[in-house]
Design a protein around this ligand. Structure first.
Ligand SMILES: Nc1ncnc2c1ncn2[C@@H]1O[C@H](COP(=O)(O)OP(=O)(O)OP(=O)(O)O)[C@@H](O)[C@H]1O
Ligand SMILES: [Mg+2]
Length: 393
């Protein structure tokens, strides 16, 4: 069918033509916004899940909901080894601008605090490495610039949320890849959220990250479970997967046969990324509507090839030879979560000698530790992909 009208959207963070199966999270978030705006305390939401299940696009959808509720919003993506200060300053700068408070003096003050927060650099930073945050306000010295991130965050977020409260609105900060925040930043963020919610200030932090993110948060602050409601974002059930495929097709006056939908669910297992990749390939090979089971069969190699490059290959490429060996070890040791001891045994190596490779894979977010001594891929079907590589080679 006409490739120009192909509605499907495989790709990291790409907005799907139909956001299927996420109404529970969207509804829950609307309630959070409404309650917080009324000064009620409410746990914020943290989305967790494997790669490609749709955390980023859901986070973006929640942000749109906050914008519709007239909140000021900002978003950042955490990176390993990067401090929160700069990306958070930029996100809050946007949020304050979005808020567009009618009170110019208070706004200038809050922007000044934001500037002093943003400009604070660790002691010993060279002049040429100092950062100019591009905030058009006079820095307020002595506020949010102590250098202690926890103290500074409490001051800054209180001021920003206070500005929103005066306008009868709220502030929402969205943090993607939240597991990559450094321990000090995580701890400071939790402490600041805790303090603000106790004071009834309208600010929420919404996070998204890999399945071990709850463990990262609770290792930092034991009360994190009371701050955040964890929503596990998973593959779609059959009904939602059908919806993800059919609704966009019907928009284009096309449809799938029931058999075709059943086979699509078999091959994609309901993983959103796979649904988009298969949807795209199937659309292009199908000669006419309705898309039939034979079209799915013909398109499969094409879809798998696209996934091999775009989803699996790009990640495998980022791994060093030692890391690749470890990945193959996991793939050979089992299908889901495996023990680190089993990986060492499969590879015929001493467990300690594999620690560096394991640690760097954890840091790159290719694997995660579901529980002590256990390790699993963050990428669904990665084991199957690697095993097929070995048999081809
Ligand atoms: N609810 C959904 N319905 C249909 N398609 C979806 C849905 N959620 C996500 N997708 C599609 O799945 C793909 C992956 O989405 P996204 O990048 O948000 O996943 P992610 O969980 O953030 O992955 P990563 O961990 O790699 O960042 C995109 O192509 C997106 O369009
Ligand atoms: Mg993402």
């Amino acid at each position: 069918m006409d490739p120009i009208r192909n509605p499907y959207a495989p790709g990291a963070g790409r907005r799907p033509p139909e956001l299927a199966g996420r109404s529970a999270e969207l509804t829950a978030f609307d309630i959070v916004l409404e309650r917080v705006a009324r000064g009620r305390s409410e746990r914020s939401i943290v989305l967790t899940g494997l790669r490609g299940v749709g955390k980023t696009v859901l986070l973006n959808a929640l942000r749109s909901a906050a914008v519709r509720a007239d909140w000021g919003t900002g978003k950042l993506e955490a990176r390993p080894d990067q401090s929160l200060r700069r990306p958070l300053s930029a996100a809050l700068h946007l949020a304050v601008r979005e808020l567009g408070s009618a009170d110019p003096d208070s706004t200038a003050y809050v922007l000044g605090v934001l500037r002093s927060f943003a400009q604070k650099t660790p002691a010993g930073t060279k002049l040429r490495d100092r950062w100019q945050p591009g905030i058009d306000a006079v820095a307020i010295a002595g506020r949010a610039d102590s250098g202690d991130i926890e103290v500074d965050l409490v001051e800054l977020l209180s001021d920003v949320a206070g500005l929103a409260a005066d306008a009868g609105r709220g502030i929402a900060i969205f943090i993607d890849e939240m597991q990559d925040l450094g321990p000090d930043d995580v701890s400071a963020l939790c402490a600041a959220c805790h303090e603000l919610s106790q004071n009834g200030l309208p600010l929420v932090v919404v996070g998204a990250g890999l399945p071990h993110l709850p463990a990262v948060l609770s290792a930092s602050k034991s009360y994190s479970e009371r701050l955040f409601r964890y929503a596990r974002i998973d593959r779609l059930d059959r009904e939602a997967a059908d919806q993800a495929l059919r609704a966009p097709a019907q928009e284009e006056d096309a449809d799938f046969t029931d058999d075709a939908l059943a086979l699509m669910y078999d091959v994609t297992a309901g993983y959103p990324y796979f649904i988009q990749a298969y949807g795209k390939a199937v659309w292009d090979v199908a000669p006419r509507t309705p898309i039939a089971i034979s079209d799915v069969q013909v398109a499969s190699p094409e879809a798998e090839a696209e996934l091999a490059v775009g989803f699996f290959g790009s990640r495998y490429e980022r791994a060093t030879p030692a890391e690749r060996e470890y990945l193959r070890g996991i793939a050979l040791a089992g299908s889901e979560s495996v023990s680190t001891a089993a990986v060492a045994e499969v590879l015929g190596r001493k467990p300690q000698s594999l620690s560096p490779a394991r640690d760097s894979l954890l840091k790159k977010g290719l694997i995660y530790s579901s529980e002590r001594g256990q390790i699993a891929f963050t990428v669904p079907h990665f084991g199957r992909y690697l095993r097929s590589q070995v048999s081809e080679a």
